[in-house]
Design a protein around this ligand. Structure first.
Ligand SMILES: NC(=O)C1=CN([C@@H]2O[C@H](COP(=O)(O)OP(=O)(O)OC[C@H]3O[C@@H](n4cnc5c(N)ncnc54)[C@H](OP(=O)(O)O)[C@@H]3O)[C@@H](O)[C@H]2O)C=CC1
Ligand SMILES: O=C(O)CCC(=O)C(=O)O
Ligand SMILES: [Mg+2]
Length: 743
């Protein structure tokens, strides 16, 4: 047995970070005697801020750049990383995290909206790297394999979640642009030789602005560029506001301002600017000096007008209320608190928000606290049509039935910052009219677009080696699960047209005899997959990076009620493993409930599944037979956990995240205690199984009785480890049982 086996468990944010305080002691108890070191690395938003400003901090406060360290590990065969969801911070969230750290005595600099000094500019540049989806693209050095394991699917069939009924006359629909968007303007080029490209704006007045001097490119790589016209977008938004009002439906906007951290806050800002135009113009003289930024949502205005005299502040607030009478009703994030879809760019995130809407009868919450039909605006056409197909299908045939429906697992192209999700450093808010050109090392123009000031131009890359790996993964999954696999590619898109050629070519490298592998446009693929879903049949979706993200929330949320129950593996191209936990996010709503009621409804099944896969990887890559047994018994424990329905309840009073962890420990110890493959392990875990089973009632009572009262953990983005640990491990009996077992 190797003694060097190491699993890195990531410390992140919000609900999954809280859950870790309770789960990690259990994981350590089960692995410590096996020579498997479970180490932690802090990749939380607060941790990343601290790591990037060492010169502002004292020695005790400093932490190393764990994300950079893991990024280096991810390209080595030794990597075995369990990655929990982390906050991809919008600017308002980043600022809130900075403020909290400052209040805790961390002297980190402010993020200044309009930086003037060199120091301010330098600090902002560091913060810009921390914000948005700054973690996943660094660690995801492989493609993605996300699916619902059979045990999970069977669980969902036995314990179906609630699905809202659909009616044929639902007015809910998706609205997208018909021109002037990324989809309509995409151009693509295939790179012939290794080298680099230059991105320049040739302005109308004859000037040249270098947007990005050097972007490395490899032979066989696909690059593409596209532009979102500000004028076309504004026209489209104005039309949609009128139409929503006319149809009497809510207006909702679904973007990914977190992951698409450069483009989508700007697009979001255009909705805010258009919707609140009257107020923004009427009070422009006061709002401008305050630095109100529409890209941060109308919440930014509310926060900044606090600096005005009370009377003026009230006047602006009244003007906004008056606007709500004449504008279409907005979908609400929190109707009790009056928080609308347009308050903060990161409250409604398309991958999770559209499936939740479809699960809830195609409705969203209105200001009256009731569900209403809604216009879901997804401006760009690349992927919006997928949701319209699902909505039309639900209107025709009603909601899907979790007890009978099939599954849509996903194989997603993701490695090496593939496609749109790697485009931040090549996305530009154009300041002057002109032409953007991408030229190669020989000065040859590969791509070019005429642009106007205010437009968003971006370039994406998809490297060849990841594409080959992705095709291989798809074929393997189709073979292993004997399931049809559909490549979701649109021949009308320049990028996808190139991709289709590559897929056709690389499929020939594999034995595909007897497999059903097809290429379809996203809309056709959606219809094909949901027809099969209704017939109880499975279909593998093989997609690019964005659809990987969207579909691995869409289908799990319909099939399982949540994407938390997904197995989410990233076979790293170097041979290592990155095991993501579930396919969802860090569930901010869960933290609110926890702080108010000391009940954490976070479901850690994703962590359990990832841990089993990670232990199995230790077993295979390190020839560690005991790790294999740990993995196998953990799988059995997961099965028992699902069978006995020990997932956390949504409501305070029932078993929560902590109780669910206890049951996992109990079932895992019991599975180890009854296996005969390794008698040492059996003898070692039998007493723990006995202790936990004997104390079940007492432990569960201790875990449940703390609920119902507010709890203080000393911070939101950067809680106190002592307070959080105390809150998350409230059963003295369980703590003692684990401690006694460890010695
Ligand atoms: N891999 C990653 O690192 C990811 C990070 N994110 C980040 O997470 C944050 C929040 O994103 P958001 O789009 O709101 O999505 P979330 O997935 O965090 O939340 C949406 C809803 O999904 C349900 N949910 C998600 N995970 C679980 C779980 N383990 N147990 C139970 N329910 C769960 C909850 O529904 P209910 O309220 O009905 O219980 C939750 O309110 C953002 O900062 C985002 O960038 C998002 C996706 C992936
Ligand atoms: O990185 C992020 O912000 C979110 C990632 C995500 O939603 C996903 O991978 O499904
Ligand atoms: Mg997602």
């Amino acid at each position: 047995m190797s003694t060097t086996s190491k699993i890195v468990y990531t410390l992140t944010d919000e609900a999954p970070a809280l859950a870790t305080y309770s789960l990690l002691p259990i994981i350590r108890a089960f692995t410590q005697s096996l020579g498997i070191a479970v180490e932690t690395r802090d990749i939380s938003l607060a941790g990343r801020i601290i790591a990037n400003f060492p010169e502002y901090l004292n020695e005790k406060q400093k932490i190393a750049d764990h994300l950079a360290e893991l990024g280096q590990l991810a390209v080595t065969p030794e990597a075995n990383i369990i990655k929990l969801p982390n906050i991809s911070a919008s600017l308002p969230q980043l600022k809130a995290a900075i403020k909290e750290l400052q209040q805790q005595g961390y002297n980190v600099p402010d993020y200044v909206d309009e930086p003037k000094t060199a120091a301010e500019k330098e600090a902002n540049a560091r913060y810009d790297k921390i914000k948005g989806s700054a973690v996943n693209p660094v660690l995801r050095e492989g493609n993605s394999d996300r699916r619902a394991p059979l045990s999970v699917k069977n669980y969902a069939r036995k314990h179906p979640h609630r699905m809202g009924a659909w009616s044929a006359d639902s007015k809910s629909h998706v609205a997208h642009m018909s021109g002037g968007d990324f989809y309509g303007s995409e151009k693509s080029a295939l790179i012939a030789d290794n080298g680099s490209v230059k991105i320049e704006l040739l302005t109308k007045d004859g000037g040249v602005q270098v947007l990005k001097d050097k972007t490395a490119v490899n032979a066989g790589e696909i690059i593409d560029a596209s532009v979102m016209s500000k004028k076309a977008l504004r026209r489209f938004i104005a039309e949609q506001l009128d139409d929503a009002k006319k149809q009497g439906v809510l207006l909702s906007v679904h973007l990914k301002a977190t992951m698409m951290k450069v483009s989508d806050p700007i697009i979001f800002g255009q909705f805010v600017a258009e919707y609140y135009q009257d107020v923004l113009e009427r009070f422009a003289d006061e709002l401008k000096p305050l630095g109100v930024d529409v890209n941060n949502g109308i919440g930014d205005l509310y926060a900044k007008i606090r600096a005005l005299p009370a009377g003026r502040q009230a006047e602006i607030e009244q003007a906004i209320q008056a606007l709500y009478q004449v504008r279409p009703e907005l979908a609400m994030v929190n109707s009790d608190k009056g928080i609308t879809n347009l308050h903060v760019p990161s409250d409604v995130i398309v991958d999770a928000s559209m499936p939740a809407m479809i699960r809830d009868s195609g409705k969203m919450w209105g200001a009256d606290g009731k569900l209403h039909d809604t216009k879901a605006v997804i401006p760009d056409r690349c992927y919006a049509g997928v949701y319209q197909v699902v909505i039309d299908d639900c209107k025709r045939h009603g909601a899907y039935d979790p007890t009978t429906m099939g599954s849509v697992p996903n194989v997603g192209l993701m490695a090496q910052k593939a496609e749109e999700y790697g485009s931040h450093d090549k996305t530009f808010h154009i300041k002057q009219d002109g032409v953007v050109k991408v030229t190669d090392g020989n000065g040859r123009v590969l791509l070019e677009h005429a642009v106007d000031a205010g437009d968003i131009w971006r370039m994406c890359q998809a490297k060849d080696a990841p594409i080959q790996d992705w095709v291989k993964l798809a074929v393997n999954r189709a073979r292993e699960s004997n399931t049809p696999a559909i490549f979701w590619l649109d021949p009308a898109r320049a990028h996808d047209a190139q991709m289709i050629l590559k897929v056709q070519r690389y499929l020939k490298d594999h034995d595909t005899a007897g497999l059903d592998i097809r290429i379809m446009s996203p809309e056709e693929a959606t219809q094909f997959s949901i027809d099969r879903i209704r017939a109880g049949k499975d279909t593998i979706s093989v997609t690019g990076n964005v659809l990987r993200d969207y579909l691995t929330d869409l289908f799990p949320i319909m099939e399982l009620g949540t994407s938390a129950k997904m197995l989410s593996i990233v076979p790293l191209m170097s041979g290592g493993g990155l095991f993501e936990t579930g396919a969802g996010g860090s569930a901010p709503k869960h933290v609110q409930q926890f702080l108010q009621e000391n009940h954490l409804r976070w479901d850690s099944l994703g962590e359990f599944l990832a841990l089993a896969a990670s232990l199995d990887h230790v077993g295979s890559s390190r020839a560690n037979a005991k790790a294999k047994i740990l993995a196998k018994t953990l799988d059995q424990a997961n099965g028992a956990f699902l069978d006995t329905n020990k997932s956390p309840s949504r409501k305070t009073g029932g078993l929560d995240n902590r109780g669910s962890h206890f049951y996992l420990a109990l079932y895992w110890a019991q599975a180890l205690a009854v296996q005969n493959e390794d008698t040492d392990l059996r003898d070692q875990f039998a007493p723990l199984a006995k202790t936990l089973a004997g104390q079940e009632d007492k432990i569960v009572a201790e875990l449940n009785q703390v609920q119902g009262k507010p709890v203080d953990i000393g911070g939101y983005y950067h809680p106190s480890p002592e307070l959080a640990s105390r809150a998350m491990c409230p059963s003295a009996t369980l703590n003692t049982a684990l401690k006694d077992f460890m010695v």
